[in-house]
Design a protein around this ligand. Sequence first.
Ligand SMILES: O=C(O)CC1=CCC(=O)O1
Length: 263
Amino acid sequence: MAPTDKTTTHKIAAKGATLHATSTGSGPPLLFIHALGLDHTVWQGVIRHFPDHCVITYDLRGHGASDAPTGPYAMGQLVADAEAVCVHFALKEACVIGHSVGGMIAQGLAVKRLDLVRALGLVATAAKFGQPGPWRERASTARTRGMAALAPDILTRWTPLGPHDAPLDAQLRATPPEGYASTCEAIAGTDFYTPTSGLRLSTLGLCGTLDAATPPDLVRETTDLIPGSTFHLIRGAGHMAPLTHPDMVADLIAVFLKGVGHV
Ligand SMILES: O=C(O)CC1=CCC(=O)O1
């Protein structure tokens, strides 16, 4: 939802960083967590479909209007940040919907604080994003050459060419290199296959058929770690489905929420 006078912005104190968050509406809580190199606004087209929920978004540390302390960041800290956001808003039993690294953080939050998480939405994400080497290289490039050196390749992997390229490119280039690099290092050090396999909660997995960054088989494999989960493909979408196909993403989430009684 584009910020309206019903949307409030919040500053949340986390360890070593102040986080920027937004809150709108009331009802069953939904927490949306964005991907690497973006900010909370990537969810705008999705969250406008949930006027009867309490919708919370925030910017990861190192991204958007949150602080970008010097890294590296640990995945445990990114999970603790999500926990701090839940505590700030007194969220309990939220449906936590994470995109890409946001989905990894959502898995970690459910493992750490199942009391806070009633259901999971795993959008174009994984329990482990490949080998650490390329993430460390990306971190090093961000620090030494800046986001402009990375943006063209990342954009090509994110989404088939389209009208979203310019705003995505702008967000990516506006991400503080230290925040981006430190988040890459958190990804490099994370393998959630075992902890996520132990989760028992309602889970929806979503992936675009054209996703080159987290291909459908990877997202399906991650979703399948959680018994009873459901998985849907979004035809024609790439990695940026929440931005390029917001109505479809929202419809699938809405059906899922209805199915689990989070309405
Ligand atoms: O940027 C990418 O290559 C894809 C990605 C992995 C984690 C994330 O948030 O984005």
